[in-house]
Design a protein around this ligand. Structure first.
Ligand SMILES: Cc1cc2nc3c(=O)[nH]c(=O)nc-3n(C[C@H](O)[C@H](O)[C@H](O)COP(=O)(O)OP(=O)(O)OC[C@H]3O[C@@H](n4cnc5c(N)ncnc54)[C@H](O)[C@@H]3O)c2cc1C
Length: 390
């Protein structure tokens, strides 16, 4: 089996890399590291990526994309992640909303949102999770009452990342409370956050300084034209959207591994090179092995997308492997760097710019956001192995 890229794809990779070396700023990297409101630097970068069709390569050209194949898209995503640029996999509009609208949106919605997403002009926040509803999405309660030409929303969402600055919300609501099959009473709405009264956003910060939000909806009026797909079909639409969200690339984290390897090669402790320590050699070899396996699975996922195959299980496997590999890398880095590795980037004693201290605090959330590792394992157990639901 040959996993190499074509000469055209290698050329594309080089072009994207060259562009990013010139255009990505430190501020823009920080915006994504902490999920903070995009600075002017980041918006500028998004516009430039959009002009080249690199923000949403998979979209048809009429909607601002390149009509790229999933493998071309993979090459671009890979480079964006490696440069710590705003990779499409971190952009909710580009990664989740746009691809889902291409399937379920009506023509008006496509016209209104897709070109602005692809040109880096607007961002979305996703609102699925609630205080009493996370993994069990079907139990969500945010009520949307039919009031003729609009829905009236009352309730709360949790962990609505980017809701503090996003232009729009991509929100799952309960439109039928009577149906005993709860997943059949959910719909999906787009909410204009900037121009809709009744939406209150309260920040949540975690130990890594990462920023998400609680959002309260009090008598919020949403026009019916903002319904995506059919009424009470939201659960299935979100199912498709989650596959886009979970198809992440691991390349952004190979760079810290490379930094760690360079550190080991150039550092001595008690007069002995770290590179001679058998435990460290073994750990680094294991990390490289995990990255290699995950990368091959990501290629395979892209290949399956090229062939329009259903990827529920493969997406679950790739999400587990990518997020758990990053988690393992953070642990490995902290073990190798010792106490200096615990210091954050502000300290003059910090090793490798405090990268691993941050990653150590941040990496647990990758295993939760977008559906926990346990839920991904449930998908594999039921869908692939045919085991009964746990
Ligand atoms: C940093 C961060 C950002 C996020 N951003 C967003 C966002 O933008 N929008 C959004 O809507 N949500 C977001 N989330 C929410 C995330 O999707 C949920 O936290 C996640 O789906 C888990 O839901 P929960 O927190 O309610 O945990 P629960 O569902 O209550 O789960 C608690 C524990 O039980 C386990 N568990 C639950 N059910 C099962 C089962 N059937 N089998 C085995 N184990 C099970 C889970 O794996 C977990 O370990 C974000 C979360 C984090 C941490």
């Amino acid at each position: 089996m040959d996993f190499s890229f074509t000469p055209e794809q290698e050329r594309l990779r080089y072009q994207v890399r060259e562009f990013l070396q010139k255009e990505v700023t430190e501020q823009s990297k920080l915006d994504f590291k902490f999920d903070q409101p995009y600075s002017p630097d980041t918006w500028k970068l998004l516009h430039k990526l959009g002009e080249r069709g690199w923000l949403c390569p998979l979209y048809p050209k009429e909607w601002g994309g390149m009509a790229a194949s999933p493998l071309d898209n993979y090459v671009i995503q890979d480079e964006l992640a490696y440069a710590f640029a705003p990779a499409p996999c971190a952009l909710i509009g580009a990664m989740v909303v746009g691809p889902t609208l291409l399937i379920y949106g009506n023509e008006e919605q496509k016209k209104k949102y897709l070109p602005r997403i692809a040109h880096g002009e607007i961002e979305f926040s996703m609102g699925y999770t609630e205080p009493g509803s996370g993994s069990d999405l079907a139990s969500l309660a945010l009520k949307a009452e039919d009031k003729g030409d609009y829905y009236l929303l009352n309730g709360q969402k949790m962990f609505s990342t980017k809701a503090d600055f996003a232009d729009y919300g991509w929100i799952a609501v309960r439109t039928d409370s009577e149906n005993p099959k709860k997943h059949k009473g959910i719909s999906l709405l787009i909410i204009d956050f900037k121009n809709t009264p009744g939406v209150t956003v309260r920040p949540i910060r975690d130990m890594a300084g990462y920023h998400s939000n609680e959002v309260f909806y009090d008598d919020v009026r949403v026009p019916k034209e903002n319904l995506v797909g059919d009424l009470n079909q939201g659960f299935y639409i979100i199912g498709a959207a989650l596959l886009f969200e979970r198809a992440v690339t691991i390349s952004g984290f190979h760079r810290p591994l490379e930094l760690l390897i360079d550190y080991v090669k150039s550092t001595k402790r008690s007069g002995k090179p770290l590179s001679a320590n058998p435990l460290i050699r073994r750990k680094l070899a294991e990390m490289e092995m995990k990255f290699a396996v995950t990368r091959v699975l990501s290629y395979r996922l892209s290949w399956m997308q090229v062939h329009k195959m259903f990827t529920l299980t493969e997406t679950a496997i790739t999400k587990i492997l990518s997020t758990e590999t990053v988690y393992d890398l953070a642990q490995t880095g902290m073990q190798i760097l010792g106490h200096h590795g615990e210091l954050s980037s502000g300290s003059k004693w910090a090793e490798l710019h405090g990268w691993f201290a941050h990653m150590y605090q941040e990496s647990p959330h990758y295993k939760i956001a977008g559906g926990t590792s346990e839920i991904q394992r449930q998908i594999i157990a039921t869908r692939t192995l045919g085991l009964p639901r746990g």
